[in-house]
Structure formats: structure tokens, C-alpha cells
Design a protein. Structure first.
Length: 344
């Protein structure tokens, strides 16, 4: 039985073992959101610290080192991530977390990796390793590094301490400093095959697995998270509003959906517009095949020149979607902008 977090990671694991002979001081795991990158990197971190890894490079799971690792108390291991993720268990690096206990209820946990977190690694790296072994630092998501933290990390990557390996995980390479990219060995993790992803989702008890997987672009962990999030009904209502664009529908939908997380609605509209764009250019649909009839009718009414500016403005909206001044007005403005494509 595989000791990897997810079944689609076998080939990537075998490829990763080729780096062991001349292990880089920093490896940057990157790929689409929702495929298990951070869990994969953590599995590799455990194997690097394991006292008795097997022939395939997997951690034994039985030694003292593995015991400490499973309890996040290994003296030579540190995990750096935003406060928002600190209460999570097994990582993926893509998902949100609950507010930390013991803090002020009014203060939301930070989504950034701060400079204090990077500076705190100095003491850790200046202490001798346990049993003269290796020291491993897992940092994710790397794009959560704020500017000061990224610059502090860069200094460490430029002059890495001996016997220290940095494992970084990123969903968006284009959001990282080029200087950080240049000092890491990049390791790509691909989206799993559709059949393998569907099999895993079914084993997880996810109903309507094909629908969720398609809507999340083939990312199985993202599909499971959405399926378990209880957002099917409001998302369906939002899609119905997109299928029948108009001023009156936009105002009513914004009123009813103002309590739904705004980023999920923005992402939904982005995927909808990508499908419409792909239909016009290549006759294909990726995210919402069950809405082919509606998308086809809308694509016939919309021009490429009208779609592209809306997509661009939607990308700008996504940057502020986490903290809109008014969710209702944000959704209303977004839907009215979308409806303008079909006004003529």
C-alpha cells in the first residue's frame, strides 16, 4: 500500500527520489490548487528525517523520528505558514483555516507569512541538529510571504546553513520574487487523471463527484472541499443567474447571495466566462458541461471583444474579494458588469 497522501502522486514521488543523491538546499513544489502539494512535500520532509526509510524513499513510520514528526514535535523540523492555516491538521496549502483559539475574536488570523516567522528560523538553524542529522523547513503557500518576509527568506536562501533543506510550496509561481525562484530547484506536480480523481472522490463518499470535479477544473481536493462546504444550493442559484443575465436578475441575486463567500462567486464567474470564451474559440467546455445549452446560447450573443474586458475586471475584483466593503454591492456590480456583455 502506498504511503503517499494521495494515489496520483506515485510517479511524482519516483521522480523526486532522483534528487536525493545531490539534494538541493531548496525545492519549490508547484502546481494547480487543490491537488495535495503541501501534503506531498510534508511526506517528503518526513522521509528526509526518517531514521530507516525504505527502498522507495518512504518514511518507515515507526522510528523515533517518525513519531516526533507525526506529533509536529521533531526538533529538526519547522513548518511555516500563515496564521489562518495554523489550526489545520494535514496540509494541502490550498485551503483556509479556522480562527486561532485564545486570540481576540475581532481580529481575523493573518493570511500572510510575516517577517517575524522567517526571522524566528534563525535560532532554529543556529542550533546543532539532533543526532547530527538533517534539518528541514516546510513553507507554504510561498506566495503568502509578504514583501519583508520574502526578502528575509531570500537572504537565507542565498547563504543556506549546512544540512538544511527548504521545501517551499506554491500555487502561483508568478506571485513569487524572481530571485527566490532562481535559488530553488523547481519541482512540478501535475493534475491527476480524471478517472483517478473520480475514483478517489467516490471513495471519499463525495456525491455528484463528476460535477464537483469539473467545476474545480479537475482538482480533487478542491472538489471535495466544495462538496463538503454546503454551498451547492447558493452556487446553483448563482449559475442560474449567470444563465439568465439582466439587470433585474443581478439585483435580486446580489440580495439573496450576499452571505455567500464572495471569492467563491468570483471564481465561479471566472470559470463561467472561461467556458464561454473556450466555446467561441474551440467549441469546448471545461467547467460547466451540464450548462452547455445555456453557455452556447450566451456565447452566440457575446463577442470576444466584449468578454475580454469583463474577464480583466474580474481578475482585478478577485484581488479585493476577500474584504469587500459591502458584499451585496460587490456582487451586484460584478453581475451588472457581466450582464452588460449581452445588453446590445
Amino acid at each position: 500500500m502506498s504511503r503517499l497522501p494521495f494515489p496520483w502522486q506515485e510517479a511524482a514521488w519516483r521522480r523526486l527520489q532522483q534528487l536525493r543523491e545531490r539534494l538541493p538546499h531548496a525545492i519549490l513544489f508547484h502546481g494547480p490548487t487543490g491537488i495535495g502539494k503541501a501534503a506531498f512535500a510534508e511526506c517528503f520532509a518526513q522521509s528526509l528525517l526518517c531514521q530507516s526509510p525504505d527502498a522507495d524513499g518512504h518514511a518507515c513510520g515507526d522510528c523515533d523520528s517518525c513519531g516526533w514528526f507525526s506529533q509536529y514535535s521533531h526538533p529538526d523540523y519547522r513548518r511555516v505558514r500563515p496564521e489562518l492555516l495554523e489550526d489545520e491538521g494535514a496540509p494541502d496549502g490550498d485551503e483556509g483555516g479556522e480562527e486561532k483559539k485564545g486570540g481576540k475574536a475581532s481580529k481575523a488570523p493573518s493570511k500572510d507569512i510575516k517577517i517575524d516567522q522567517v526571522r524566528a528560523l534563525a535560532d532554529f538553524m543556529n542550533v546543532s541538529t539532533h543526532r547530527q542529522g538533517m534539518r528541514v523547513i516546510l513553507l507554504y503557500p510561498a506566495e503568502a510571504l509578504n514583501t519583508a518576509a520574502a526578502n528575509a527568506l531570500l537572504k537565507t536562501l542565498e547563504e543556506p546553513p549546512p544540512q538544511t533543506v527548504f521545501l517551499l510550496v506554491s500555487n502561483s509561481l508568478d506571485r513569487l520574487l524572481p530571485t527566490i525562484l532562481s535559488r530553488c530547484r523547481k519541482f512540478a506536480l501535475a493534475m491527476p487523471e480524471r478517472g483517478e480523481a473520480l475514483q478517489w472522490l467516490s471513495a471519499q463518499g463525495v456525491a455528484d463527484a463528476e460535477v464537483w470535479l469539473a467545476e474545480q477544473g479537475g482538482a480533487p481536493l478542491a472538489a471535495r472541499e466544495m462538496a463538503e462546504g454546503g454551498t451547492r444550493e447558493p452556487i446553483e442559484e448563482f449559475l442560474q443567474a449567470l444563465a439568465r443575465p439582466g439587470v433585474d436578475g443581478a439585483l435580486k441575486a446580489a440580495e439573496r447571495l450576499q452571505k455567500v463567500p464572495v471569492p467563491s462567486l468570483v471564481a465561479c464567474l471566472q470559470r463561467w466566462l472561461y467556458d464561454m470564451h473556450a466555446l467561441k474559440l474551440a467549441g469546448t467546455i471545461r467547467y460547466y458541461p451540464r450548462y452547455r445549452k445555456e453557455l452556447t446560447a450566451l456565447a452566440e450573443r457575446a463577442s470576444i471583444s466584449a468578454l475580454l474586458p469583463v474577464l480583466q475586471r474580474l481578475n482585478e475584483r478577485r484581488a479585493i474579494a476577500d474584504h469587500p466593503l459591502s458584499a451585496r454591492l460587490f456582487i451586484e456590480d460584478m453581475l451588472l458588469d457581466y450582464s452588460s456583455v449581452f445588453a446590445s
